[in-house]
Ligand binder design. Sequence first.
Ligand code: SF4
Ligand code: SF4
Length: 400
Amino acid sequence: MNIIRAEDNAILIWNLERARTAYISGEEMIALSRWANGESNPFSQRLEDLGLLAPLCKQAVANAIQLSANINAPINSFNAPESIHIELTEHCPLNCPMCYKDGKVNELSTDYLLEVIRQAAEMGVFQIAFGGGEPLIYPYLCSVVTEISQFKMASTITTSGMGLTASRINELKQAGLNHIQISMNGSSKDIHSRSRDGFDEGIAALHLLQHSDFSFGINWVARMDNIDDFPKMAELANNCNANNLNILRYKPSPTENYNDCALTSEKTDLLENFIRKIKSVRIKVDSAFSNLRCKINSRTSFMAGCGAGRRFFTVGACGSYMPCSHINMKEKPMNLHDNSLKHFWENSKHLAMFRSLGESISAPCSDCSYLHGCYSCRAVVLPTEGCFFSGDKSCGMQGN
Ligand code: SF4
Ligand code: SF4
């Protein structure tokens, strides 16, 4: 199913089954307007091949193009979030050495959560991504997933896999959950346990998912203590028919020394070589590694780079709003009766800081041709450089 949304002189097309978004503006929007009026062209054909356009969408596309002339989005951002990340709970039964959460006490109330979901639907948000803590221990998970499906939004969870059973998978499927990512940092217990707890539970979850018809993938954090294991992780992902292997950048944790754990430039080059060579599984690269993504793809786009404040924001387990779950820039919890999601998206001073990075960031990013497809990761730069607008001095991938 494709959902079409008007943006500021642009449109967004979201495909629910493929969790894929196309941002269309300028000449491409003109080509799409011609398609809506019955004239097929190479651009519309490409979108049809990607499953992002179907003849039945013509009227919706024409309407969205017409509406787009009157939309005023916040500068350098979508008119509404594409997705909202929600930390359901800070509780977690595991005790991972690299955990970046300092407190484990809060949990969202269902009333609050249901109001967030209602307001998200009203804004035209496409997807709700649940994390934690451990989202599987949130007692109302199935009922909130059902609510999301009723609003025709997609939902995903990221989990250690602990507590995932065949019957739980079935319940979540029935409720309408679209995708599960399992966090695994190594193909063996020894390697995984250097940074995460729960290897056996993660492997058991992967086996269960392999024998279900559920869409799932693996989140893998690239670190000095597991980088050489990446080819084996790709083998594991391939053997269990995972939909993707998603590479996350290591972010500072209160319990570890950042420089001991983050990849050196030599090991980042090694990761790049692995990514280029491995074809057995779909490799995804997290936006915190958008410098690596820009280098591999040699291109930038409005959709790429750090999406905090541009494409999404986070609701924390204490109810606060944040640009990104990895950065402690919280704004007070909303009053359930005002239209606060929209208000936050349009007025947050923290989101505005993210949106102004392209104009305010310092070297080396300010001189880099990849800047507008990267923006570098504030969750890394802020604690390591001490300044929000600092460029990423550890980046060895600057474009000319
Ligand atoms: S600050 Fe970093 S982790 Fe957060 S959204 Fe941006 S790139 Fe991702
Ligand atoms: S120099 Fe900055 S903008 Fe350029 S690729 Fe590196 S982190 Fe991204």
